[in-house]
Design a protein around this ligand. Structure first.
Ligand code: WTA
Length: 696
């Protein structure tokens, strides 16, 4: 974001106070908590989060900064994440539902899994992983699982053994899964035969075959593919089982019935899992999260920011294949011993009243989703929530900026004006929340996430490391000044990239051992109002946030250029009413090649196979050439401006400025003809588009 230059004139929204009913029961209702987490208490303040867990050995050092920026939390401590999420609740609440699974078909019964049963299932699967797959602490296992209870069971079984799990979002393609298998060095893939999505039983096992092939091409051999069956005994996939490689989990489990596995006591800084995310290059980044710091952080923030009590029924509609699901469906809520709801399908199936029926039937009182889902549910069923008798005390929005009018519908109609709303800003890398209001103690302000969360101190810097002052009306790069327990430990196998991408830019002194010199660069543009509330504007790197999914432009582009006819490709974001942003691809063809829809189709197919359907571009424009700098770099900001009908800015430094008008004419006249011209951009959106591709 080009800071210091954007005078923003968005309307400052008024405050909305949390309802008295909420405050009366909130976990954090005493303002004394701000003292406990005051900056002068850092890092010891986070003892309060760690003390929510059971430790096998207590730690001696809260924060070790001897090897910046590889921070170590709760050093000397030992614990097991599975014990903390399952075993320790057995004494007092073995018969309470830990998970309630709602299958997509409404005719299929809801499944409640008690803590007792979860314990059994996790132990049996852990025994299988240990004895049949010969996995041990520190090994990696890749999952490609949909929204079924077998996913948290698999995660917790790994955690029990100290095995590092790496779940790849079920909607990603087999090839994308294979890349991640190879990167993490997993020998075992855990998948499922099929699952319901939008009324169809999707064949998922077929992706496992593609994944194994893709991994093999990268030199990584998968020995075993474990296939959970959506309906044990009835195989739902067309893909043949490969002898000696593929095994039905329900068959194998016969041998492990009733087996107990001692939780392995892990050092606090042992990795718990990897979560891959997109960035500036085509190679995805495996964000490595720790056991002690991560679990303490998600448990503490679940308690104070999600306001989870053990007797709540909590429903986060995100996919467990993303960080939100790991932190705020599985680890945080289960560590607090609550009931966490998992829904298999899409929120609008079979109609946009579905989420509210689920909420009513299960008595959900805490609800958590993303702006994309809220926009869609509002568009398709603006009055649906009124028809159902649920009562939420608390609601979360996460993953993208939320427009104030969308926020208001969420608060007034979904929350019936009775629920407090938190807009939580954070990232795959950060493990848990970074910016949010503390729900009983800080008023809501639509469109702003709020201040930094307890113990997290954000700052906005301009390009020259000057602090962008509160209330200045200027945007800049939001950073976190201090480490916190949930921060990822490194990028799996790429420690230099970890330092370069997240710390290099604002590091005051690379030799310093003082954490004050190592602010964390989040990669988002943001503004800070006088009241200390942050407004997140969006990514400043080459990431496009489509419906809350991070897509790397380089990943999209490398998929497009695998099409033989394509010479060059560039991916840019366009404003989208429902998904926030959508992707448009620009391609130029090799000399002598002509073509239209056939090539466009191939590009779309390549992106869908190599990344997944979520990355499907809205348009593929075939242009005669790309606007380029004299050194030959594609100027993505110029084509992004064209796609969004924004001012292209200065093009005099281009080597081929004449191309800009041609492309503009070609793209915009077609968009106008199709009625696809976007509404005029706000100043913040314009700034985002103009900064696009700046990190190259
Ligand atoms: C964006 C999701 C505005 C942001 C937890 C961030 C948000 C990226 C918000 C991380 C929010 C997340 N308001 N923008 N409340 N929450 N973002 O890694 O650009 O999938 O950098 O983690 O989503 O996406 P990720």
């Amino acid at each position: 974001m080009t800071s210091g230059q954007i005078a923003v004139h968005w309307k400052e929204e008024g405050y909305i106070a949390p309802p008295a009913r909420f405050i009366g029961q909130a976990n954090a209702a005493d303002p004394d908590i701000f003292q406990r987490f005051a900056e002068e208490r850092f890092p010891e303040c986070f003892k309060e989060y760690a003390d929510l867990l059971d430790w096998d050995a207590y730690w001696h050092t809260t924060l070790d900064t001897s090897d910046p920026p590889f921070w170590k939390w709760f050093v000397g401590g030992r614990l097991n994440a599975c014990h903390n999420c399952v075993d320790r609740h057995l004494a007092t609440q073995r018969n309470k539902a830990a998970l309630i699974w709602v299958p997509e078909p409404e005719s299929e019964a809801t499944l409640a899994i008690t803590y007792q049963e979860l314990h059994k299932r996790v132990n049996e699967f852990a025994a299988l992983l240990r004895d049949f797959c010969e996995l041990k602490a520190g090994d990696r296992v890749t999952f490609h699982l949909p929204m079924v209870p077998e996913l948290p069971v698999s995660m917790l079984a790994c955690a029990r053994l100290g095995v590092i799990h790496s779940e790849v979002f079920g909607g990603f393609s087999g090839t994308a899964c294979g890349d991640r298998i190879a990167d993490s060095g997993s020998r075992v893939l855990v998948t499922m035969d099929g699952y319901f999505r939008n009324g169809e039983l999707a064949d998922h096992k077929v992706k496992a075959d593609e994944a194994v092939d893709a991994a093999a091409k990268l030199g990584a051999d998968v020995d075993k593919v474990l296939v959970w069956r959506r309906r044990p005994g009835a195989y739902a996939s067309q893909s043949p089982m490969v002898d000696g490689r593929d095994f039905f989990v329900d068959d194998l489990l016969q041998t492990y019935r009733g087996k107990q596995v001692e939780p392995v006591s892990m050092p606090a800084d042992a990795p718990l899992f990897l979560m891959y995310t997109s960035g500036t290059t085509a190679r995805p980044k495996g964000c490595q999260h720790s056991t002690g710091g991560y679990l303490a952080y998600v448990t503490g923030t679940s308690k104070y920011y999600q306001d989870i009590h053990p007797d709540d029924t909590y429903w986060c509609m995100a996919d467990i294949g993303w960080i939100t699901g790991h932190s705020y469906i599985v680890y945080g809520p289960l560590a607090l011993g609550t009931t966490s709801v998992i829904y298999e399908g899409v929120p609008t199936y079979p109609d946009p009243g579905r989420p509210w029926r689920i909420a009513e039937r299960l008595g959900v009182n805490i609800f958590h989703t993303a702006p994309t889902a809220i926009r869609l549910l509002r568009k398709l069923g603006p009055d649906e929530p009124r028809k159902y008798g649920y009562r939420f005390k608390h609601m979360t929005t996460v993953g993208e900026p939320i427009e104030p009018d969308v926020w208001r519908w969420y608060h007034d109609v979904v929350g019936k004006g009775e629920a407090v709303v938190v807009d939580t800003w954070w990232q795959t890398e950060t493990g848990g929340f970074l910016g949010s209001t503390l729900p009983a103690l800080q008023p809501m302000k639509p469109g702003s996430c709020g201040p930094g969360v307890l113990g997290v101190y954000p700052v906005i810097y301009d390009e020259d490391r000057n602090v962008v002052e509160a209330g200045s009306g200027n945007a800049g790069n939001i950073c976190i000044r201090n480490p916190w327990p949930g921060i990822f430990q490194t990028i799996w196998g790429q420690p230099e990239r970890f330092v370069d991408l997240y710390y290099r830019k604002y590091c005051a002194d690379p030799d310093s051992k003082d954490w004050h010199d190592w602010p964390y660069l989040a990669g988002d543009g943001a503004m800070l109002a006088d009241d200390g509330y942050f407004r997140i504007l969006g990514r400043v790197d080459d990431v496009i946030n489509v419906a809350g999914h991070r897509l790397g432009t380089k990943e999209l582009e490398s998929a497009a250029i695998t099409v033989e006819e394509v010479a060059e490709a560039a991916a840019v974001p366009v404003l989208d009413e429902l998904r926030g942003r959508a992707v448009e691809m620009y391609i130029s063809l090799k000399p002598g090649i002509t073509g239209g829809d056939d090539i466009r189709g191939k590009v779309i197919a390549a992106i869908e196979t190599q990344i997944g359907k979520i990355a499907r571009p809205q348009n593929v424009w075939i242009v005669s050439d790309m606007p380029k700098t004299r050194s030959g770099k594609i100027m993505r900001r110029v084509i992004a401006s064209i796609s969004n009908f924004a001012d292209v800015g200065d093009t005099t430094t281009l080597s081929n400025p004449e191309i800009v008008d041609d492309i503009r004419h070609q793209v915009q006249s077609e968009k106008l003809a199709r009625g696809e011209a976007p509404r005029p951009l706000t100043p913040e959106e314009e700034a985002e588009i103009k900064a696009f591709g700046r990190t190259e």
